[in-house]
Design a protein around this ligand. Structure first.
Ligand code: ADP
Ligand code: ZN
Length: 219
């Protein structure tokens, strides 16, 4: 499939926690050769590196709550500004109208892909998700098991369960998502940038969904 048209596009992947945003974004990154930026990953990096900011935002992240708009925007801007000419696949941001406004000041987004996924699929997926401490690869104890339990296939490092992937925290994240997502989606609908993909079948592979996204992006 030709990818030229999508080169240096500015793409936002929007969807609830556990909708597979990160997985699809990294598949698209390989296909389109555009940098992938995940604000969730940026937050986890700050926390892991115990930066001043990391220490401040840990309490939000662990509880499944959103980091304040101005803090997350600062973190994002620092990372996004130097790579703007390459385009980006942004995931995890914006999550509020204020963030959508801030993003508009930083870059002109070309397309926003909204992933629609039922709650039961999300709760099932997140409660069995594990991640590599070293390279960030994602596995699932039910559907995408590593070859050796607790070890990453790619680099052999230890797999861990995120603090915010506990059932009560998952429900809190979904609640917050529902409260915040409608105005953000309306914002992009008005600007005619929004395209939607429904994924209610957990058996459809991530590659197939990424292919569908690619088609939407290239129209
Ligand atoms: P989720 O799967 O819940 O979407 P992420 O990996 O995207 O998780 O983000 C993890 C945490 O990082 C969030 O719960 C939140 O505390 C923080 N975070 C990430 N992106 C944002 C954002 N755009 N605004 C505020 N907080 C954010
Ligand atoms: Zn690994």
């Amino acid at each position: 499939m030709p990818t030229d048209k999508a080169t240096s596009m500015k793409i936002v992947i929007f969807g609830p926690p556990g909708s597979g945003k990160g997985t699809y974004a990294s598949l698209l990154k390989k296909r389109l050769d555009i940098p992938h930026i995940s604000t969730g990953e940026l937050v986890r990096e700050e926390i892991q590196n115990k930066t001043e900011l990391g220490i401040e935002i840990r309490k939000y992240s662990d509880a499944g709550k959103l980091v304040p708009d101005e803090v997350i925007t600062k973190i994002l801007k620092k990372r996004l500004t130097p790579i703007l000419s390459k385009g980006f696949i942004l995931e995890g941001y914006p999550r509020s109208i204020e963030q959508a406004r801030q993003l508009e000041k930083i870059a002109n987004v070309d397309v926003v892909i909204n992933l629609i996924v039922p709650d039961r699929v999300i709760v099932d997926r997140l409660s069995s998700r594990v991640q590599c401490r070293n390279c960030g690869a994602i596995y699932n104890e039910q559907t995408l098991k590593p070859k050796i339990t607790g070890k990453c296939d790619k680099c052999g490092a230890e797999l861990f369960k995120r603090a915010d992937d506990q059932p009560d925290v998952i429900l809190e994240r979904l609640k917050i998502y529902k409260a915040n997502s409608t105005p953000v989606l309306d914002y992009y609908k008005k600007r005619k940038l929004l395209k939607e993909i429904t994924n209610d079948d957990p058996n459809v592979s991530p590659e197939i969904i990424a292919e569908r996204i690619l088609k939407l992006v290239q129209i």
